[in-house]
Design a protein around this ligand. Sequence first.
Ligand code: SDX
Length: 431
Amino acid sequence: MTDSNITATLTVHGETYELPVHSPTAGPDVIDIRKLYSDAGVFTYDPGFTSTASCDSTITYIDGEKGELLHRGYPIDQLAGKSHFLEVCYLLLYGELPQAKDLEQFETTITRHTMLHEQMQYFYRGFRRDAHPMAIMVGVVGAMSAFYHDSTDVSDPHQREVASHRLIAKMPTIAAWAYKYHIGQPFVYPRNDLDYASNFLRMCFAVPAEEYEVNPILSRAMDRILTLHADHEQNASTSTVRLASSSGANPFACIAAGVACLWGPAHGGANQACLEMLEEIGSVDRIPEYIDRAKDKNDPFRLMGFGHRVYKNFDPRATVMKQSADEVLELLGVENNPKLQVAKALEKQALEDPYFAEKKLFPNVDFYSGIILEAMGFPTSMFTPIFALSRTVGWVSQWKEMIADPQNKIGRPRQLYLGETTRDYVDIENR
Ligand code: SDX
């Protein structure tokens, strides 16, 4: 960060304090309050961290007003259109677009880490068949720390590198096997002659009874979906990974914490909730009823796939996803998909409604992704696992950045205490 020569002046309890201000390469200045409590004896208060920078980072930048998303400076629409997921993984992990030889070596490394320890199959067999795939992923990802002991020492840069590659490489296998277990079909092993997205699709949809040819339209669409979900600065699940990692916990346990956080319907679970909402709405003529419910303060219903803590303009990922939905469904011959028609009409009517305009609520990354995933043949329960397998590279990249930061220390927020002050114990006969 660049130390600007400006300071912030705070006067509290009759005392005045000058707080340093740091200027970023992009985005708002930050007021450094690290010494505030020791100097002034006060905390700041920011539930939900709406105005709080938890760290400094060089990986991803979001401009919520402009609807801009950069990964290491490259706009997401350019990466989605010109790059591919493993190249974006390299960019997020190492900071620069790779030379051809480096990319080839990285892709070979990832490809050769896609198999799981054979014993891990027994974890799956402990779950009920109707367990949600995210429940299985939380468990199996955490269990990786019981199988890959040679990459759990976070103080060893080599082990951090190996753990990073293992996580990115094995997540598609873990997610695909969660799906296969859920539907009662045999596990399909990864293949080294397939690209990342094609391997995942084949592990999900191939059966031993016949050959499976990956549809290039679907693998390109899947690769684009993975690229669009790869990282998103300090969102809830990434912040969870950073906080868990700050205690020195091993990377597999920390990524499992990220998977757990992502599952929530306010976060990565919104793609499943959005498609279920579109199914419930059912037809364009019922949209006004649901828009009215979303605006009703007494009704907990919200438009899933709409709104965002940071974006107060279009989520640039939603724009690319909408284009991809049109392309994929047309190529699959299902362009008249009723849910796509309802989604487009819902977006139009919501954006024309003053409530959504005033609150700057726009479609986010989850609004269209489910429509594509359903057209590919995935059940809604697999939408968030796919988000998790993509976001693993973001979690890992942010984790590596934090661990390598010499200023890294355990995260330990304080509180505004509103409970009882000291009082003496009362024996039960006197209560
Ligand atoms: C992701 O952080 C990230 O970067 C996340 C993510 C990533 O890539 O990691 O981008 C992925 O999680 C995308 C968001 C997916 N979630 C949903 O689509 C669920 C529906 N959206 C909302 O729950 C909500 O918009 C959030 C959770 C996304 C954001 O919530 P905030 O920032 O806490 O905003 P808020 O709840 O304070 O809402 C502000 C106002 C409120 O009204 P008032 O109290 O001011 O009158 O807008 C209203 C809200 O009631 N509002 C909505 C709404 N979202 C917000 N009203 C109707 N429908 C909605 N979807």
